[in-house]
Design a protein around this ligand. Structure first.
Ligand SMILES: Cc1cc2nc3c(=O)[nH]c(=O)nc-3n(C[C@H](O)[C@H](O)[C@H](O)COP(=O)(O)OP(=O)(O)OC[C@H]3O[C@@H](n4cnc5c(N)ncnc54)[C@H](O)[C@@H]3O)c2cc1C
Length: 543
């Protein structure tokens, strides 16, 4: 029993107390902002519409298995003293632990050709160079890694600017953003084509594009570089599963008198005299509060949670028109009555592409035009029970696997007005066809699994819409195009006094990006650089 996480259904009285801040949504962006404010003595109420806390870090169980939805691996947290490790230590009071995935974190697979991403900059370079022996390719790999460092170094100033007050940002913003935007305003493909003309090398280097959901010709090089660099020193997984994140941060929030309330859907943000003054829940209950932080995504916040006349009055409706929702996804969750070890499962993720399919944009276009015949443009396979050293304590004798591919929301729009689990036989039949196709991809690489599959369940963009409230079942909030990074309004401060944004839309998709959104939101609210404070406090604890 975790008293820091309560259900509104069972504890309606939780909203009756006065709070210093209300956070809409318990994703890592909301939890981190709330936990940092709590550490500054603020009493924070986190409202979550789902029956479970954590946003995309939540886990769900079925028939004796547990799956995580939005974490397959994280970079940097398993290394002591990194900024991300410090932040997680801070918001969880040091209660989170991370299990290193080992030497190889990703396998990029084209048919039978396998390219391994080895942890550590030099290892990464040398292993890839072994498979690309031509002198020009060897140089391109070195240049590529140098570019990852170049843009991610400038990212620090670019993102720090987002927490600055208006006047300071006006004076210094251009300077702080310029270097980052030089490369961020180009597509991944443009930058890679400037260092190599080998399409196979480009296909391999962009083999993790599913981590940000946008193909090389469409994505900003910034998101590509931030993700690739994030994992360059390897991947890791939360010990005890992803739900540990909400459990531990909620304890920190509770220490200051706040709590995380599930089954509590916010219907509207109350604006009084141009200032955020609280929220109205779906059942009509009002919570008055001097500070509102929305972790529900910019599209939800401006298009659905603010009264339309308010959004129009502040020009927020036109801001939303400048961003696009990211693509939807299909997730196949598998359960086996054998351990990962017995099944011979490793920890590295598989990124599977069509044979010789080095052009990811062409693969995706082909699939979008012929969904039933074309091969999946990417199949991501993750082995969570092999990554979590605590798994066998919690679910002895079992293993799980997740498989993900892209799928636009429009393919499922016919069923958008149906209810979860009651969407009809035609929906179930189509889901089963897709499940079987994905299983065939898995069995091609791990044939021993075929006889041991015990349970499978497929999620679609409608599941993401239903559980996570993304209107188009978006996988990663708003798309990571070059244009996105030029939009100054993607920052915690909004045009409305005392209304702040947090999470992935403020910074970028990924747990690290969404958490940075929370740190920036807290910094903007407290008018203080919380990154410096956290660094100092975590270091002091270690001495
Ligand atoms: C399938 C999948 C796999 C992923 N894999 C990885 C990975 O391996 N590594 C990685 O780093 N990242 C991964 N990501 C991305 C990462 O999970 C997200 O970028 C991140 O969790 C987003 O956090 P957030 O706080 O911004 O939003 P969310 O986690 O989406 O939280 C928003 C919350 O707001 C709630 N909400 C919305 N509207 C309301 C309302 N009206 N009232 C109350 N609550 C509301 C939602 O229910 C939700 O809980 C993955 C994502 C997905 C979907």
């Amino acid at each position: 029993m975790n008293n820091a996480i309560l259900s509104y259904k069972q504890h309606p009285e939780a909203i009756l107390q006065p709070y210093d801040a209300v956070v809409i949504g318990s994703g890592i962006g909301g939890l981190s902002a709330a936990a940092i404010l709590a550490k500054e003595g603020r009493k924070v109420l986190v409202l979550e519409r789902h029956y479970t806390a954590g946003g995309f870090t939540h886990s769900f169980t079925r028939r004796g298995y547990e799956w995580d939805v939005g974490i397959h691996y994280l970079g940097e947290v398993h290394r002591p003293h990194t900024e991300l490790a410090n932040w997680f230590n801070y918001i969880s009071d040091g209660q989170l632990q991370w299990a290193d995935m080992g030497e190889v974190y990703d396998k990029i697979i084209f048919g039978q050709e396998v390219f391994e991403f080895h942890k550590g900059k030099d290892n990464f370079i040398s292993h890839l160079q072994q498979q690309f022996p031509a002198a020009a390719d060897q140089q391109a790999i070195e240049d590529y890694v140098a570019l990852l460092y170049e843009i991610t170094r400038s990212a620090r100033l670019y993102f720090a600017e987002k927490a600055l007050p208006g006047a300071v940002s006006w004076a210094l913003g251009g300077l702080l953003r310029r270097k980052f935007l030089h490369l961020a305003s180009k597509t991944t493909l443009q930058v890679l084509q400037s260092i190599t003309n080998n399409p196979k090398l480009i296909g391999v280097l962009t083999g993790q594009y599913g981590d940000y959901g946008l193909t090389p010709a469409k994505s900003s090089f910034a998101i590509h570089a931030m993700v690739a660099k994030h994992f360059l020193n390897g991947g890791s997984f939360p010990v005890g599963g992803c739900s540990r994140i909400a459990q531990t941060t909620a304890q920190v929030i509770a220490k200051a008198g706040g709590c995380v309330l599930t089954n509590a859907e916010v219907k509207e943000i109350i604006i009084h005299n141009g200032t955020a003054a609280g929220v109205r829940l779906a059942d009509g209950a009002e919570i008055r509060c001097p500070l509102v932080i929305s972790n529900a995504g910019i599209m939800n916040t401006y298009s659905r949670l603010l009264p339309p006349d308010v959004a129009a009055g502040y020009g927020l409706n036109t801001q939303v028109q400048q961003v696009q929702p990211s693509v939807g996804h299909i997730g196949l969750y598998l359960g086996f009555k054998k351990t990962a070890e017995e099944l011979g499962l490793g920890k590295a993720n598989y990124w599977i592409y069509p044979e010789n399919g080095y052009d990811h944009d062409a693969n995706l276009n082909n699939y979008l035009q012929n969904p039933d015949e074309a091969p999946f443009p990417l199949t991501f396979i993750s082995f969570p029970s092999a990554k979590d050293p605590d798994w066998q304590n919690r679910y002895p004798g079992t293993a799980t696997i997740d498989i993900i591919t892209v799928a636009p929301y429009q393919w499922f729009a016919n069923w958008q007005n149906t209810r979860w689990k009651k969407r009809g036989q035609d929906y179930e039949t189509w889901k089963e066809q897709i499940s079987q196709r994905l299983l065939q991809v898995l069995y091609q690489y791990e044939p021993q699994l075929q006889q041991h599959l015990d349970y499978h369940e497929l999620s679609t963009p409608l599941s993401t819409q239903h559980f996570s409230n993304y209107a188009f079942g978006e996988l990663y909030g708003i798309d990571h195009t070059p244009q996105r990074f030029g939009l100054k309004f993607l920052r915690p401060q909004t045009a409305i006094k005392n209304l702040y944004l947090s999470g992935q839309d403020v910074v970028s998709a990924g747990i690290g990006g969404a958490l940075t959104g929370g740190v920036l939101a807290a910094s903007a609210i407290l008018k203080r650089d919380m990154t410096a404070k956290i660094r100092r406090e975590v270091q002091a604890l270690k001495q």
